[in-house]
Design a protein around this ligand. Structure first.
Ligand code: ZN
Length: 174
């Protein structure tokens, strides 16, 4: 099951009490994840559902880590997340965001083991651009929706990753 697979990935996490709200937000079995495996932390610890935690841990250890070593010659110490579970609608709509179900994570940047800070931004210099392009492309196969700089004004400074099933079955990668 999901928690066992997460443990096998080397992730650090704990279970939290269920989240529920009158306006339809729901996260019945929240996980607070503080380590993604392979020595990659996540700060602050993120509250998401187990499937999202597993997808993020797999993405970090399999894609983010190797991409950072290739682009920067350094390991990734930490993923800086901007948003896990939040009870809110999508910007500019009344429809609940995938964040309202713990089904999404926003990544704002990365801290490398050598101390460098890498921010998700709209117009990064090389090698940050190479790194961000590579992980964004890799995220596309692992998540159902991938939004980031260039998608729209709301995503100019973070990558939004979520696991919401799409009616078409296809992933949205913008
Ligand atoms: Zn988001």
């Amino acid at each position: 099951m999901c928690r066992q697979r997460l443990r096998r990935l080397g992730a650090s996490f704990r279970d939290l009490p269920a989240e529920r709200s009158g306006d339809g937000c729901a996260l019945p079995f929240p996980i607070e994840i503080s380590g993604l495996g392979d020595g990659i932390g996540i700060a602050p610890p993120a509250v998401v559902n187990c499937a999202t935690a597993e997808a993020v841990a797999g993405f970090a250890t399999t894609e983010i880590g190797p991409a950072a070593e290739k682009s920067f010659g350094s390991r990734v110490a930490r993923v800086d997340q901007a948003s896990g579970y939040v009870c809110r609608p999508r910007n500019g709509t009344t429809k609940l965001s995938e964040h309202a179900f713990g089904n999404a994570l926003d990544i704002a940047g990365f801290r490398l083991s050598d101390g460098r800070q890498v921010a998700v931004s709209i117009d990064p210099d090389a090698p940050t651009k190479t790194f961000l392009d590579a992980i964004r492309k890799a995220a596309c196969g692992r998540f159902k929706t991938v939004l980031g700089p260039g998608s729209d004004a709301d995503h100019a400074a973070h990558l939004h990753l979520d696991l919401a099933p799409r009616r078409s079955g296809a992933a949205i990668c913008e």
